[in-house]
Design a protein around this ligand. Sequence first.
Ligand code: FAD
Length: 657
Amino acid sequence: MENEIIKIEGFDISCYGVNTLVVGSGAAALNAAVSLHSFGQKDLIIATSQWGGGTSNNAGSDKQTYYKLSLSGEKPDSVLEMAQDLFNGKCMHGDIALCEAQGSVLAFMNLVRLGVPFPYDKYGAFAGYKTDHDPRSRATSAGPYTSKKMFEALAREVKKQKIRILNHHQIISLITDRNRSRVTGALAINTRIKDPKNAFVLFNAENIILGTGGPAGIYETSVYPLSQNGSIGIAFKAGATGQNLTESQFGIASVKFRWNLSGSYQQAIPRYFSTDKKGNDAREFLNEYFPDIKTLTKAIFLKGYQWPFDPKKITGYGSSLIDLLVFREITDKGRNVYLDYTKNPSFGNSVTFTLKKLDSEVSKYLSNSGALKNSPLERLLALNAPAFSLYKEHGIDLSSEPLQIAVCAQHNNGGLKANIWWESDLRHLFPVGEVNGSHGVCRPGGSALNSGQVGSYRAAKYISKLYNQQPTDTKVFMQEAKEQIASELALAKKWLTSGTSGRNRKYSFEIKKRMSEAGGIIRDLKKVTAASSAAGVMLKHINDNIGAGSVKELAESYLLTDNCLTHYIYLDAIKTYLEKGGRSRGSYLVIKGENSRQAFKPDLCRYDRDIENDILEIGIRNGKIFRKLVNVRELPKQDLWFEKVWKDYMEDNYIGC
Ligand SMILES: Cc1cc2nc3c(=O)[nH]c(=O)nc-3n(C[C@H](O)[C@H](O)[C@H](O)COP(=O)(O)OP(=O)(O)OC[C@H]3O[C@@H](n4cnc5c(N)ncnc54)[C@H](O)[C@@H]3O)c2cc1C
């Protein structure tokens, strides 16, 4: 791992040669680094824009879920059943589903070994519970901060193994060979350096593990933590393909302090109300859409374990009717919406809330949990006191103030396409964690964290077996890389010459607004087409219209162009889905025009059209968007005859696609 200075275009660039560059420091990236190190590959560097930033270390819910094979109790479970359940989410390749199911125990036990406090009983049984899209009880949790505890445990291990960390290094570009068939390196900015001439850092890397997380920076209404942006655009720009980009998840979350309001936050049955922008004219706006208080309180309660918005759960006064009404109250009527834990819901002047009026499923659950209490606050405290304290720790007292909410973007099931070793079609690039689009339309809650751990382990295994070479000689690397580096540096020069520009903020605001309006829970072809063409125009001109007055602003400008390209491709994917007749599915509702009846009676996807049944791949080739529909690969048939598996294992024949 050398570090030499290379001069290009007047910039003095530090250059590292390394076998593997791990980008990011979320749970997936750190597990990749730790695994690779444990397989004997010590020549690796973690470069991260912010150590401790990102979703894993900063997001959660009332009981953040980790999905794994059942490991307790009398009900049998099997790898194939778990794989089938992942596969049933639609538009997920069967071989990937099998890997995620097969690898779940190993990944989970690794976290247990590293000290993540997943609860077990005196016999060592890791009890489970049911999460959304989960026919069994495979979910577990280490509390509201599961992914944070995963980050902490893996970070301890990284430090223990003395893996080199370059903090405040934002990767701005992936370098490829001339044919764009593989990555060969990356260019970063060290945001702690003051002089732009010395701020660039180059990596000549045999492999890149990309753990940059979900596309948080493209949404305005979002529960992704503020420290997360995502950088999938650098991979698109380098030529990697994306898939299932249409499939984001949305749900109700608090907006001042960004946090998911699932589980006990809804099971406590808070009062929903809205006000005008000045805080006047308070109204319990849900009432006019529900027939009685029993139906309303049941829908609120069910939102607890049916958290993501789901168009299948709107009719029949389902729990997703609430998301829809909250969304319309904010977007169409321009009002603010709140949850109130200090008062029970009321239903007109004459009907008051009483515990006796609750649906039997609701009262049974509350009674079993010792939470059949008089106010939402008392119920919340009885169900989950830490859920109350969590807000207190962030300066919000639920016992005295209402909580402002919105229907927020939370996760992207899609992302970069990769094979069963998590290698993208741009070879030697391994997207792991949320930037990898392994999931399809629906996924069991908690499977994102499982996928991040399984995928990063598999990527590390593959690299340690087949891609363990030294990086290319710097001179050879530079021959191919120089032009690409020069074009990135030319942008830096241009932006620095323009200096600080108010347009940066304006563009960022526009991108987020466009995505939240056209790519959120309600999707209309006309609106998406207009949004997509506006995104295309912005993409054409953005480089000429933004500027930077410092290294920090330079880094922000690169991120802005990344977000611009990202939102352009995401909107194109959504447009393509709608143009080809795709209907409501996953976490969004497809409507035509402003006819509100369609929203309440959605035309649901039946997976009988190619666009619904196949996986939509999308990317950039020769400066233009390409789109392709790909058949879903079925679950593979395995030959598990022990002697055969053993022989293949001993000869490393199992490493391959
Ligand atoms: C509120 C909320 C609740 C959730 N609840 C659940 C749940 O219950 N169960 C579940 O399975 N999933 C859940 N998820 C999703 C899950 O938490 C994330 O998908 C997962 O944590 C992502 O981990 P990651 O390692 O891929 O990325 P992250 O943890 O987001 O890390 C990304 C890292 O990349 C770095 N980075 C980004 N760009 C660059 C760049 N260009 N250069 C260098 N570094 C860069 C960032 O600084 C960060 O360190 C939830 C998400 C949210 C927002």
